[in-house]
Design a protein around this ligand. Structure first.
Ligand SMILES: [Zn+2]
Length: 456
């Protein structure tokens, strides 16, 4: 095999599988994708139908498969080293014992400078080309994280965590914390939002209602609107957390209402989890166009619950996937798809087959198939961010955020013993990648046609 291309322009030949913006899935068993000098996809076609003028010197990546890069809508950069620790701890205890001490260590920006480049390489190795992530409360560490993303090449939307109560930083003066966190968030956003022609972005990031006053929530939402940034936080993850929010915000109708009163809902807002919503809360998210980052590995690891995915989708809410590392133990969105698929099947088998009463009335619907999970992890994630005209699928004119995956590593007996034609159906191929993911199966990742360090 010739060397995998490192920068645009290039042409690659491989099986090409991608969701399509108009619906359905593109599957080219022997396809050719060209990427122009600006990093955009110039053509996508079967090798037999290559348009005139396309270069014949494509790099042949077969038997690898080219897919759109994964879009991870929820992760915590400083928590990546903790992945796999803290199984089944209640959320608030998990924060105190594991998460806050780790985040506190980033008070020294040298820690961020040392870890952030490796963290972005790890995302790329998992096949993630776009990540929406929380950082820490420290501005200098966030500056280092943005610089690392700028150098690495990943598409990253990051935010400094905002907390004006129960913060893990004992050095912050409570009297000035609100003004300071707003000022530092604004400074970071002004430096980084839209940097490198939109590859980097800023999300104003109040951690969640438990660690934010009403004042901070309202001013953070104003700041995001002011600067045209995203706004991200957590909602309705764990029963203990929900009870605490009810105690802290006695005037609010429910958890979603805490954010709605603060002006935090809308199409630029991404809420993680949204597991235990009432029908009224679900309806408010749908009516305001607010988006959800669905994080099933995390929800099952911590034991927070199983989100009724079909209900959220039927309500018309924009949903994509999040690893929520280290609430979730793995960075791979293929693993997130697997956990999500199993969790939704668990909801379905809870349907009482004698009475017909479902765990939720939507749970009797047919489960999502592998190609629908792939869409959630790519094009739907891009749509949640409002970036679906730029990334999320392999279509002409989009920026070339691609991954090359070796499906041979997922074959139970090795690919040479797979029956001829076994994976001809793209649903079977993608099912293999989801249900038999191999940690080294992502062999290359590109953002805007530039190859990322990370994949083996
Ligand atoms: Zn989270």
């Amino acid at each position: 095999m010739s060397p995998t291309p490192t920068s645009a322009p290039f042409a690659i030949r491989a099986r090409v599988v991608s969701p399509l913006a108009a619906g359905g899935t593109l599957d080219l068993p022997d396809g050719l994708v060209t990427v122009d000098a600006s990093g955009r996809i110039g053509s996508v076609a079967g090798v037999a139908d290559v348009p005139p003028g396309v270069p014949a010197d494509a790099v042949d990546l077969r038997p690898w498969v080219v897919l759109p890069g994964m879009v991870d809508l929820h992760a915590h950069l400083p928590q990546v080293p903790n992945a796999g620790l803290g199984y089944a701890l209640p959320l608030l205890e998990w924060l105190d014992r594991l998460t806050f001490p780790t985040e506190r260590s980033w008070v020294d920006p040298a820690v961020a400078e040392r870890l952030a480049p490796a963290i972005f390489r790890a995302f790329a190795a998992a096949g993630t080309t776009t990540v929406l992530a929380y950082g820490v409360v420290y501005e200098a560490a966030m500056e280092a994280a943005f610089r690392a993303a700028e150098t690495h090449g990943i598409r990253a939307i990051l935010g400094k965590v905002m907390m004006d109560r129960l913060t893990y930083d004992p050095t912050i003066d409570p009297a000035s914390i609100l003004d300071r966190t707003l000022r530092e968030s604004r400074d970071l956003a002004e430096r980084w939002h839209g940097a490198d022609a939109g590859r980097l972005g800023y999300a104003v990031t109040p951690r969640f209602a438990v660690s934010c006053t009403e004042d901070l929530l309202r001013k953070s939402a104003e700041l995001a609107r002011d600067l045209g940034c995203w706004w991200q936080t957590h909602v309705s993850e764990d029963p203990g957390e929900i009870a605490e929010v009810r105690r802290l915000f006695p005037d609010a109708r429910d958890y979603v209402d805490v954010y709605e009163r603060a002006g935090g809902l809308g199409p630029r807002s991404i809420l993680a989890h949204a597991i235990h919503l009432s029908p009224m809360e679900e309806a408010r998210l749908a009516a305001t166009g607010t988006r959800i980052a669905h994080c099933p590995t995390s929800n099952l690891f911590i034991g927070a619950g199983v989100m009724p995915l079909t209900s959220r989708l039927t309500a018309g809410i924009g949903v994509g996937l999040g690893s929520d590392v280290s609430g979730g133990a793995e960075l791979s969105l293929f693993g997130v798809m697997r956990a999500g698929a199993y969790a939704q099947q668990a909801r379905r088998v809870l349907v009482d087959r004698d009475t017909g009463v479902a765990a939720d009335s939507t749970d009797a619907a047919p489960p999502l198939g592998p190609l629908e999970w792939l869409r959630l992890g790519t094009l739907d994630g891009a749509r949640v961010l409002g970036l679906d005209d730029v990334i999320g699928s392999i279509e002409v004119g989009k920026e070339a955020d691609l991954i090359a995956v070796d499906p041979g590593l997922t074959a139970p007996l090795g690919p040479e013993l797979d029956r001829e034609g076994l994976l001809d159906d793209p649903s079977d191929l993608v099912g293999r990648l989801i249900f038999r993911s191999h940690p080294s199966m992502v062999r290359a990742a590109w953002v805007r046609g530039r190859r990322l360090e990370g994949p083996a």
